[in-house]
Design a protein around this ligand. Sequence first.
Ligand SMILES: [Zn+2]
Length: 274
Amino acid sequence: MPELPEVETVVQTLKAQLGHATFTHVDVLWDNIIAQDLEEFKTRIQNQTIQNYGRKGKYLLFELDDYMLIAHLRMEGKFYIQMPEEPINKHIHVIFHLKDGRELRYHDTRKFGRMSIRPKRQDLNYEELANTGPDALDENVTSLELYHKWHQKRIRLKHMLLDQRFLAGIGNIYADEICFSCQLHPATLVTHLSKKDFENICFHTRRILKGAVQAGGTTIRSYTSSLGVHGRFQLELKVHQRVHQPCICCQTPIKKIQLEGRGTYFCPMCQKRK
Ligand SMILES: [Zn+2]
């Protein structure tokens, strides 16, 4: 599943490729991708120009003249920019027709992605974002605020990191990396974390995600219409998917356990349960 850095890369790539493109109309080949009345979605997109690009957590936000196009890629969603003569494969479910003749095609092998078009509002209070907390890169959110809001919850650290109401945009891969950098066992109860721990979690979350965004930014230039917009930066990963490999700090083999139903990687020596 794309996490914050990958979604940001998609947003920046589309911004560079599409700019202020205007939609003429849309064809929907798989209705369930659209999370609202289908006719409403189709009517609203007509003749709307993209004014701005944004993101909150893992949601892509296309600001139009009068509306906000909100999309979530979920497991496998990708956008392609293609010409009408290019073949439409069976995983293309939505085709946005652009005034300049190109097409923005939504491709999703799992069909879990969702999109909708809502009347534009300044406060971003869209129903889609109801369970989305502050964006993980939003520097206005302090670790102290997060401490007060979360430290009394009887949940494990990994669970808190994956909860999009905590810091939106973190997924399974970066949650493991954040725990490693903070030297915290992912199963640590949040009630055992100190203010200092929350400070470290905020610091490393932003450091890791920003680093990944920068790594992703380098792929933008090589993007072509025949490639999906994606990109994961696993070369940078220190624990995730490194089971049995030596820890980069202490050489202890990395362990894998199941937590919250997700494969979770950590160093049993460096990451202590508090
Ligand atoms: Zn270690």
